[in-house]
Structures are given as structure tokens and as C-alpha cells.
Design a protein around this ligand. Structure first.
Ligand code: ADP
Ligand code: MG
Length: 475
């Protein structure tokens, strides 16, 4: 019998926080500024400088932990992770090794139409290194230390993921979550989120873990999926040849689509972790933790469930829960005015596509939007006309109620339909052959006539009215 294999993946996800200043000093924490312009003595590791923790980083970590049901360590400690690299001025990173701030927890991900819970091992705080640039100046490496000391959270999962698709779903869930919590922009392209993928395989049905390889620093989901696919195939091929998979740290090369070893287990780094002597154990009070808990928004998966329960499709529920401001706005509307499905359609198809700023700055009030939907419901105005003509009027004069605007509107609509009848009559008179063909059964010609009406009205005619008129006059 042919052996089949199961893929096993655990992630270490780095999230760059959007705090004003760096993790252990006052240097600004902004992406994209002139190289080496945000580097004070602490970032440069001048002798005698002292780090002090950034409380925004600590609060961000606790918020994320509370959002996914971690246990929060009210006392946590910092450690030094020592290694030598040119973009690491101190020669070590400050991280949390022994007692990280958050333990356990889980993140729900959506696979097709079921939900899977990914268990989290822990979340710890740390700082980023600087950035080495190897491709700008031939024969030289450039170093930008702006990123040195940037505050990070590292989310370490249990080996619960089974495919590139699940990895993708988890990264999207984390990005959505950190945006809901407003602790990071979650932008993978700018490096605000990256992950290390630990990958192993095992015979299907086995419950022991195989030897894993770790692909470092994946900063796009497309690359992560390719790296996983390549690595799984490589490991399966080795296993089928009867060879052992050696634990390795790998790089993914996007141009070849292959992974290549950086180092093997034998020459793995010994980071010589030890407690950071310059930062005493950090204690966060119960009341502060409770205060942070009370400040959390409702989670995206809770919104999604609520929207489903209002009768929305899964696709629309997901779409409306995507961003917190839209989810809150939609929820507020439904709790005041009901009409969930009609409002979801209006929001998704008409309001959101034309939005230039925040939804809260949308000029038309929710009350007026509710009246607008009522007018359609009560057939005071035809739906497509309401959307094409009444809604733009409401946008022009957001202070006026649609109930007022529709009055002025229905008179112009009558004028329009008289005009429209005139236009249709003249088109019919100008094409006697086509009219005859239509009446003899070539019903597809309705498209031609509609086209003519649209041409003559420069696209202004309401399609429903135009069609009605044409059908009447063509008999
Ligand atoms: P280390 O401390 O050596 O980095 P950890 O046990 O902390 O190793 O694991 C780091 C990451 O690797 C975690 O996300 C974990 O889920 C994952 N992992 C551990 N063993 C395996 C394995 N055999 N296959 C896939 N992923 C694994
Ligand atoms: Mg580890």
C-alpha cells in the first residue's frame, strides 16, 4: 500500500506594533523614514545607556492575549538573546524567554465553511534588529538601524496547522485581529507581519511529530505557500528514499521557489539566554488588566456569527466583519432599524464602493438611510431609481430627509417618463425593419432598442423604465 503523508506546521508570527516610540527608548517608531534617522544612543547601543520598557508595547501584548483567551502573566520577565550580526548593535536582542507575558489561548480560522481553533503556545514581547540591505550597492552591504529596537510581539502556535491554506487563513485572522485591536497595521508588504514556518511530515494517522525544518522570515502569503509546498515535497521525497530528515533552518528563495539551508541543528545558534539585568521583572496590576479587557472591541468572529444570525450569507457576514468600523456601523444600524439584509446590500453594493474616507464620515445619517429603505419597501419609489437618483440627491443634500426629497423627485420622474416615451417612439419610428423582425419573433432585438435608448439619453434613462416603455410600444 502506498504511504500517504500529513503535513504538520507550527508558526512563529512576528507582529510589528504601531506604538509611537521604540520598545526600550524614545526613538520614533515609523516605517519608511530616511535611513538611520531614528537612532538615539539606546538604539545605537552606546555603552552606559539603559533600556526601559514601553508601556504601550506591554498593553498591546495584554490586549492581544485577552482577545484570544490567553492566560496573562501579571509578572513577566525580559531576557537577552545573544548573537553577533552587523545589524544588531547591542549584540543581543531583548526578548522574553523564561516568563512570557501571555500563555495559551486560541485563534479561530475559517477553512471553507467550518471553523478550526489553532492553539497558541505563548505570546512574548521583543525588539526587532536593524535592517541589512544587500542589493543596493554592489559589493557592499548597507545597514539601516531605524528598525533596531522596534517593538514586536511574537505569537508562537502549537503545531496545529495542516496546509498552506490553513497558514494563509491564520495569517489573515491575525492581521484582522491586530487591526481590530489597533495595535499594528498588519501590513505584510511593509514587513509589519512576518512568519517563520516550522514544517514536518508524518505518515497519515501517526500522532508523533516528525523532524521539522524551519523556513525563516516569510513576508508574503504567496511565498509562504510556495515554501511549504516545496518543503513538503522535499521531505516526502527524502522519506520515500529511506533517508532521515535533519532539523534545519532554511531560507526561501522566491526566484527559484526553493528552500536552502542557513544552518543545521549541529551548528544551531546557542543564544546563551539569560535574564536582562537592566530591566527588573515587570508587574502589571489586576485592575490594569481588567481595564484593558473592558476596552476590547467585540471580536471579528463574534460579529460574523451575529451577522449570520441576521440571515446574511456567509460571504456578506465575513465582508462586513472585515473591518471593525464597518462592523460596528452595521451592527448599530441593525439594532436601531432592523432591515439587516436590505441594509447589508446597500452598504456592500452602494455605500462601501464609493467611500473615500471612514464610514463614520459618510454624509447621510443612519436614520435617513433607514427611511430610504422604507421608501423602497413601501414601493413609494422603484428600487433601481432610488439607488440611481434618490441616493445621489441625498448625498448632495444630506440634511434633507429622503421622504422630502422623494416628493420633488416623483414629479421629475413623471416628466422623465413622458420624455422617455417620446424618445422610444422616435426610435421605433426610425427602425421599421427591426420592429417588424422583433414582432416576428426576434426578441433578442430588445437589446438593440435598449442600446438606442441609452445612446439617446446618454445613459441617463432608468433601465427598468426604459424596458417597460419599449415592451409597451413594441407590443
Ligand atoms: P524552539 O524552542 O526550538 O524554537 P519550539 O518547540 O518552541 O522550538 O517550537 C517552535 C515552533 O515550531 C512552534 O510554532 C511549534 O509549534 C513548531 N514545531 C515544533 N515541533 C514541530 C514539528 N515537529 N513540526 C512542525 N512544527 C513544529
Ligand atoms: Mg521557541
Amino acid at each position: 500500500m502506498k504511504t500517504t503523508f500529513e503535513t504538520v506546521i507550527g508558526l512563529e508570527i512576528h507582529v510589528q506594533l504601531n506604538t509611537k516610540s521604540k520598545a526600550f527608548c524614545r526613538d520614533t517608531n515609523i516605517f519608511g523614514l530616511a535611513p538611520n534617522s531614528q537612532v538615539g544612543p539606546v538604539s545605537l547601543a552606546h555603552p552606559g545607556t539603559l533600556p526601559y520598557p514601553n508601556k504601550e508595547q506591554v498593553f498591546s501584548a495584554i490586549k492581544l492575549g485577552l482577545a484570544i483567551d490567553c492566560q496573562i502573566n501579571s509578572t513577566s520577565t525580559f531576557d537577552r538573546k545573544n548573537y553577533f550580526y552587523a545589524d544588531l548593535p547591542k549584540g543581543y536582542q531583548i526578548t522574553q524567554d523564561q516568563t512570557p507575558i501571555c500563555i495559551g489561548g486560541q485563534i479561530p480560522i475559517r477553512i471553507g465553511n467550518h471553523t478550526k481553533l489553532i492553539q497558541i503556545h505563548h505570546i512574548h514581547m521583543e525588539e526587532d534588529a536593524g535592517k541589512s540591505i544587500h542589493d543596493k550597492l554592489q559589493g557592499h552591504s548597507l545597514i539601516d538601524l531605524n528598525r533596531a529596537g522596534t517593538p514586536l510581539l511574537e505569537i508562537v502556535t502549537e503545531p496545529d496547522l495542516r496546509s498552506g491554506e490553513e497558514v494563509d487563513a491564520l495569517m489573515s485572522a491575525v492581521r484582522q485581529l491586530v487591526r481590530y485591536l489597533d495595535i499594528s497595521d498588519g501590513n505584510m508588504e511593509q514587513g509589519s507581519m512576518r512568519c517563520d514556518c516550522n514544517i514536518s511530515i508524518r505518515p497519515t494517522g501517526s500522532t508523533t511529530l516528525g523532524n521539522r525544518c524551519e523556513v525563516k522570515n516569510l513576508n508574503s502569503m504567496r511565498f509562504a505557500k510556495k515554501a511549504i509546498e516545496y518543503e513538503v515535497n522535499r521531505q516526502i521525497a527524502l522519506t520515500l528514499e529511506g533517508k532521515t530528515i535533519h532539523q534545519q533552518t532554511l531560507n526561501f528563495n522566491p526566484s527559484t521557489g526553493q528552500t536552502t539551508p542557513i544552518r543545521t541543528k549541529e551548528d544551531a545558534h546557542d543564544y546563551r539566554y539569560f535574564p536582562e539585568p537592566d530591566i527588573p521583572p515587570m508587574v502589571v496590576s489586576k485592575s490594569k488588566i481588567n481595564e484593558l479587557k473592558a476596552s476590547l472591541p467585540q471580536m471579528p468572529w463574534v460579529y460574523e456569527q451575529a451577522f449570520l444570525s441576521y440571515g446574511l450569507s456567509q460571504k456578506d457576514s465575513i465582508l462586513l466583519a472585515q473591518d471593525l468600523d464597518i462592523a460596528e456601523y452595521f451592527e448599530a444600524f441593525v439594532s436601531s432599524y432592523g432591515q439587516a439584509i436590505a441594509f447589508a446590500n446597500l452598504l456592500i453594493n452602494q455605500i462601501r464602493p464609493t467611500l473615500t474616507g471612514k464610514i463614520l464620515d459618510y454624509p447621510i445619517s443612519q436614520e435617513h438611510l433607514a427611511h430610504f429603505l422604507e421608501l423602497i419597501n413601501h414601493k413609494t419609489i422603484n428600487k433601481s431609481l432610488a439607488i440611481k437618483q434618490l441616493l445621489p440627491k441625498m448625498l448632495e443634500q444630506p440634511k434633507l430627509s429622503p421622504k422630502e426629497l422623494v416628493k420633488e423627485f416623483s414629479t421629475t420622474r413623471e416628466n422623465n417618463s413622458e420624455q422617455l416615451t417620446e424618445i422610444i417612439s422616435s426610435i421605433i419610428a426610425a427602425h421599421p425593419d427591426k420592429v417588424k423582425a422583433y414582432q416576428n419573433g426576434k426578441k433578442g432585438l430588445i437589446g438593440f432598442f435598449m442600446g438606442e435608448v441609452m445612446k439617446q439619453t446618454r445613459g441617463q434613462a432608468d433601465p427598468a423604465l426604459a424596458k417597460e416603455g419599449l415592451l409597451n410600444l413594441l407590443g
